[in-house]
Design a protein around this ligand. Structure first.
Ligand code: FMN
Length: 373
């Protein structure tokens, strides 16, 4: 069989067609990614256990035996119980006043119900409840976002799941590699949502070097077949993409936010701690501007910031306060300017990687001929 650089060892092992892993919070997008020959992974950190159970079961009905995964964020240092009152009691008055001030300035009506955006407090208790349904499900992979506790990894593996960890630095990678992780995602600074400080090009080869036999996926800024080829050249066995799917036809998205995403260029994303307390890359909006303005308080730590701003964020979305509406997205958003199907995005990336590979060979041939003539 001729050598096909896109058929990496990892994807042959997983039995999937393309070296493209896709993260999305939307079950329909996840199913479409798997059905397009990739590996879809459902972001479920803000899902209730019931929603996780429902979505995983639904995705299975769509993909049959093809593999897909689920992602949870399991940071250390969270409170033990899902006790909202205890968190609220810790919110400084100056921060509450700032949030009230934003609500008044932008005339945001009150949300029709509390906790629409932050329906539960990130806590050991809520994480356990989410994990229980994941462990009971037949999902093929658990992808750990922030934090990968050993007991969780061991339990997932005991139920036949692959375990993947996202890392943003060689230090994170060494920590993850001290546990029985199956796959690492090296996620660079360009990425949407929670992100570290090292750019993807600087990060990926370093992670490949420390990972040994553990396969690495490159993430952060991947949008085209050229990125995919570059990732493989850096030693990754595939790419892991999040931003790419936000504007796809399958991904449910508020029309105002979708228009903002479609119009955004790479330079229109910013990193702000104002949503969750951790650095989160998102589309720039009045929300990120207000929190970065002189005199604004420094956002609180996770999970306090979640609770401080959760009701206001819920109200902003409910009442469509356009200036403040925003969404996590990475710098690759500049490549996605029209609504396309997941399969079209996937096929485009794979086809471009193949054409580009041929062109590399052709261009080299021309250069050699010119040099010797
Ligand atoms: C809207 C959005 C939400 C995300 N939420 C999570 C999350 O909950 N957990 C996680 O591990 N990664 C999350 N990520 C990061 C993705 O897993 C992925 O690493 C990242 O999107 C890759 O970079 P890219 O955005 O440039 O494609 C999110 C990304 C986006 C765009």
């Amino acid at each position: 069989m001729p050598f096909d650089p896109l058929q990496t060892r990892l994807i042959r092992r997983l039995g999937i067609a393309n070296p493209v892993f896709g993260f999305a919070h939307d079950a329909a997008a996840v199913a479409a990614i798997t059905n397009a020959g990739g590996f879809g992974v459902l972001g479920a950190t803000r899902h209730t256990p019931e929603e996780i159970e429902r979505d995983l079961a639904w995705i299975r009905t769509q993909v049959g035996k093809k593999p897909f995964g689920v992602n949870l964020v399991l940071p250390t240092g969270m409170p033990e119980t899902d006790n909202r009152a205890a968190i609220e009691a810790q919110l400084p008055e100056a921060h509450r006043a700032f949030v009230r001030g934003l609500q008044e300035k932008y005339a945001v009506p009150a949300a029709s119900q509390a906790g629409m955006r932050s329906r539960f407090v990130r806590s050991e208790e809520s994480a356990q409840a989410q994990l229980e349904v994941v462990m009971r499900s037949d999902v093929n992979m658990l992808a750990c976002g922030i934090g990968s506790p050993l007991e969780v990894i061991e339990r997932a593996k005991a139920t036949g799941k692959l375990v993947l960890a996202l890392v943003g630095s060689p230090k994170h990678a060494r920590n993850a590699l001290s546990k029985p992780i199956d796959i690492l995602v090296a996620q660079g600074y360009d990425a949407g949502a929670h992100t570290g400080s090292i750019g993807t090009f600087s990060l990926v080869p370093q992670i490949v070097d420390v990972a040994g036999d553990v396969p690495v996926l490159a993430a952060g800024g991947v949008a085209t077949g050229r990125h995919l080829l570059a990732a493989l050249a850096m030693g990754a066995q595939g790419v892991w993409m999040g931003t790419a799917w936000l504007t796809t036809a399958e991904h449910h998205m508020h029309p105002v936010v979708r228009d903002k995403l479609l119009a955004a260029r790479s330079e229109d994303t910013v990193i702000s701690r104002a949503d969750s307390g951790k650095t989160l890359r998102q589309i720039r909006s009045a929300w990120s501007d207000e929190w970065a303005a002189p005199g604004a308080p420094s956002p609180l730590k996770m999970p306090l910031q979640d609770i401080l701003v959760g009701d206001l964020l819920g109200a902003i979305d409910e009442h469509e306060v356009q200036a403040l509406m925003h969404h996590p997205a990475g710098q690759s958003i500049g490549y996605f300017n029209e609504v396309r199907t997941v399969a079209d995005v996937m096929d485009g990336i794979v086809a471009e990687a193949r054409t580009r590979l041929e062109r590399l060979a052709d261009e080299n041939e021309v250069t050699t001929a010119t040099a010797t003539s």
